[in-house]
Design a binder for this molecule. Structure first.
Ligand SMILES: [Zn+2]
Length: 307
């Protein structure tokens, strides 16, 4: 029964990349891009969600990439030119790694042909980066809600993308004390408060629903009414769901790499998200997953164990 129910609800499960997905993409790209020089950059259109910055390809060409990092849902590639390439995957953005096949192409210097990965429709491939290691990294985005820009590395923190952004949920700057401070006196729901990127960075609808279920907290509770022990449960719930999703992404990544080189989408087993009317999976709970709409977005929760 659950299988059938899950199939019917596929639209819910076509999820936007959230923090764990972006982190998985970072981990997949890092071995190919960390320390690599961009020998060729192909930009196939003037814009994605936003226009590319002026001379985008020229500013990337010849640059050496440092260590790929992630902040919230942004991928950051610091360059030896003093700028950082900032990329957001939007809703359908994905990177594909294309390694030169053995025996194909030719000697050093000649980039040769790449093995073209299956899956993504090539007409939606908008950017192709080629490194000095003979690796092609393509950015494919059917709906073009993703974007890329270049920001001076020294001014990254004060740029509109990152200014005022809250702590990373898996970083040292986030914990019960910081969350209690952010929640204090707040009448807004705990769900909406956790989606506020100034409170904690990178949490989206899916993982907030999952974290609240782990923490046994009703999504409509006022943030200011959440007690200290509940806040501890919430911090632990947030960290657990993200860590598990990143670990699951890592295993999916290995499968994807062997299959078609695409780094992007994979689906996790969610406990409440997209599971309206299903039995709650919490031990000893006989509740049923409910769906309500908060701030225009679906919240999935169990009315039995989430109070
Ligand atoms: Zn339950």
């Amino acid at each position: 029964m659950r299988e059938l129910a899950a199939c019917r609800r596929i639209p819910y499960l076509v999820a936007m990349p959230e923090l764990p997905e972006v982190e998985t993409v970072r981990r997949g790209l890092a071995p190919h891009l960390d320390g690599a020089r961009l020998v060729e950059v192909e930009q196939r259109r003037p814009d994605l969600r936003f226009p590319f910055p002026d001379d985008f390809a020229a500013r990337l060409r010849g640059a050496r990439i440092g260590t790929l990092t992630r902040r919230a849902k942004y991928l950051l590639a610091p360059l030896d030119t003093g700028e950082t390439l900032v990329a957001h995957l939007g809703m359908t953005g994905r990177f594909t790694i294309e390694e030169r096949l053995e025996g194909e192409g030719g000697d050093a210097g000649a980039l040769g042909r790449f093995h073209h990965a299956a899956g993504a429709d090539p007409k939606h491939t908008h950017v192709v980066l080629t490194t000095d290691r003979g690796v092609g990294v393509s950015y494919n985005d059917a709906r073009r809600f993703g974007y890329m820009t270049l920001i001076p590395t020294a001014r990254l923190e004060e740029s509109p993308y990152f200014k005022g952004l809250g702590p990373e949920p898996l970083g040292r700057g986030f914990g019960p004390t910081t969350l209690a401070q952010a929640f204090a006196g707040r009448r807004q729901s705990v769900k909406a408060t956790l989606l506020d990127q100034r409170v904690v960075a990178g949490l989206g609808n899916i993982y907030v629903c999952e974290a609240l279920h782990r923490a046994r907290l009703h999504p409509e509770r006022a943030a200011g009414d959440i007690g200290p022990s509940e806040i501890k449960r919430l911090v632990s719930g947030i960290r657990t769901v993200l860590t598990e999703a990143i670990a699951a992404g890592g295993s999916t990544l290995r499968d994807y790499r062997s299959a078609d080189g695409a780094l992007g989408y994979f689906q996790h087993a969610f406990k409440v998200y997209g599971r309206e009317d299903d039995a709650c999976v919490s031990p000893r709970c006989h509740g049923v997953v409910q769906r309500i709409v908060q701030g225009g977005r679906s919240s999935f929760y169990c009315s039995q164990c989430q109070r």
